[in-house]
Design a protein around this ligand. Structure first.
Ligand code: FUL
Length: 495
């Protein structure tokens, strides 16, 4: 071989190697950014995506027209002659609900299942001659429709004589927890409230024992209480989360059942080290139990609740109480149908899809896998726009209408919370005019524009402050025909 042959040989090898490295580089995607702790657990992420959960308050109160039973009710008054849990589950399915929670026992102590540890239950009722089990029927109906179940077992018990004696009552309560969590298959949420009898303020609930037992028996369950450990209370029963709402809190210093924590849990804590997102419990009627004299809330009220719960990074726990027949009243069924219909009307169409999307920058450049196209796909968790870290505090994403204008009044923004909740401050501009200046985003933030309906060429979302790089998983521009702002100042907008 001559020298020139050798040279040619070496050049060819170099060229092939170069091509190989180049093509590998082409295929290689940029890595996702590091998470910002704390993170949600697998079960908390599933819970968050449910958006609406249905609550069923049912028991002796249904028959005595009361909210808090005394504990002295005779089981013989519990007689829901037409009870049909399939109708409850059909109502839930129709409302797009994937989890339904039942009051297995409320403060009156009456058990909707035949507990081995008390006679104060369905055993003593004429319903099915004492052979009925509401919890079982509830579970069967839900499972048949692919709906998950949750249970509420009231710690406060106004019937049982052991209440007030710490050891005896905690043993009784734990025994019932074991019955419920062993007997009825998978339970996805368990609901504990901290209420106590005024005559038994010394009663101590052994929450640590209860929580450990629950986790031992049900691996994918979420435990709800004022302060978690998995889901926290939102601090009120109107269904309203704070305008600022972090999924994080510092839980260790919080005591369950103490009203003084209401404000803290309403907004959460940007510096919280525990991921414990909030659930907004509210009833479709005034009371939690069914009362002949009460009617369901209006659609506009329920939509307001939806925007202030789901639209503020929370899950809505909507109570729909069965009546004395054992059915969900037709007026409630119709109201829920309207609510689901309205939510679908508003959110099934995203006007941002008619727009070009521009951004301040993208992690890993155009082909890195973190481009703005990710905010318009169906994955609201694991595909997201990640801005370029260099653009610190000047992150923006803009939607420009391809032709003409878009008409909308709702802006939806979602963070990729699988990597932590990050955004502290954000703003929305419509054709250059600031229309929203708010704080947190979280899993889902919905802004109904105070201006009312706007017609615009472009919308820009600015992330003003965040813990690290913000990760935006979805954006929507929607039209809500049901919403009428109090003052319509559309005419004041300058285009
Ligand atoms: C509270 C209870 O006192 C109410 O009766 C209702 O069950 C509500 C959901 O929780 O703690």
């Amino acid at each position: 071989m001559t020298i020139s042959h050798n040279l040619l040989y070496i050049v060819t090898i170099f060229f092939t190697l170069f091509q190989l490295v180049f093509s590998l580089n082409e295929q290689m995607k940029t890595t996702p950014p590091l998470p910002i702790l704390p993170l949600p657990s697998y079960s908390q992420l599933k819970w968050q995506q449910r958006e609406i959960i249905m609550f069923f308050h049912f028991g002796v109160n249904t028959f005595t027209d009361s909210e808090w039973g005394t504990g002295h009710e005779s089981p013989s008054i519990f007689n829901p002659t037409g009870l049909n849990a399939n109708q409850w589950a059909d109502t839930a399915a129709q409302a797009g609900v994937s989890l339904m929670i039942l009051t297995a026992k409320h403060h009156d102590g009456f058990c909707l299942w035949p507990s081995k540890y008390t006679n104060h239950s369905v055993i003593g009722s004429p319903w099915k001659n004492g052979h009925g089990d509401v919890v079982q029927e509830f579970v069967n109906a839900a499972k048949a429709r692919g709906i998950d179940v949750g249970l509420y077992l009231s710690p406060w018990d106004r019937h049982d004589s052991r209440y007030g004696q710490n050891k005896e009552y905690n043993e009784y309560y734990l025994a019932q927890l074991q019955e419920l969590l062993n007997r009825y298959g998978g339970v996805r949420e368990i609901w504990f409230d901290g209420a106590k009898g005024s005559n038994a303020t010394n009663m101590t609930y052994y929450f640590n024992d209860w929580f450990s037992m629950v986790k031992e028996l049900q691996s994918t369950i979420n435990i709800f209480s004022d302060a978690g450990p998995d889901v926290r209370w939102v601090g009120n029963e109107n269904g309203y989360a704070g305008d600022t709402c972090w999924s994080t809190i510092n839980a260790t210093s919080l005591s369950i059942g103490n009203a003084s924590i209401a404000n803290y849990i309403n907004t959460g804590d940007s510096r919280g080290t525990n991921w414990i997102p909030a659930e907004c419990d509210v009833s479709i009627r005034k009371g939690w139990f069914w009362h002949k004299s009460q009617k369901p809330k209006k659609l506009s009220e329920l939509l307001d609740i939806y925007y202030k719960s789901v639209g503020r990074n929370c899950v809505l726990l909507l109570n729909v109480p069965p009546n004395t027949t054992g059915l969900i009243s037709e007026s409630d069924v119709q109201t829920l149908k309207q609510l689901r219909g309205a939510i679908n009307t508003i959110f099934s169409f995203n006007l941002a899809e008619n727009c070009h999307v521009e951004v301040s920058g993208t992690r890993g450049g155009k082909n890195g896998g973190f481009g703005p196209e990710n905010v318009l796909d169906d994955d609201h968790l694991w595909t997201y726009w990640a801005p370029n870290e260099e653009d610190k505090e000047n992150y923006w994403i803009e939607f420009k209408v391809k032709s003409g204008k878009i008409k909308f009044n709702v802006v939806r923004i979602q963070e990729a919370i699988g990597l932590g909740q990050r955004v502290k401050e954000h703003e929305v501009y419509v054709d250059g005019i600031k229309v929203v200046k708010e704080t947190t985003i979280g899993y889902k933030r919905l802004h109904r524009l105070k201006l009312g309906i706007v017609e615009a060429h472009g919308v820009r979302i600015k992330i003003v402050k965040a813990k690290g790089t913000p990760l935006i998983s979805s954006v929507g521009l929607h039209f809500d025909p049901f919403w009428k702002p109090k003052v319509d100042v559309t005419s004041k907008m300058v285009h």
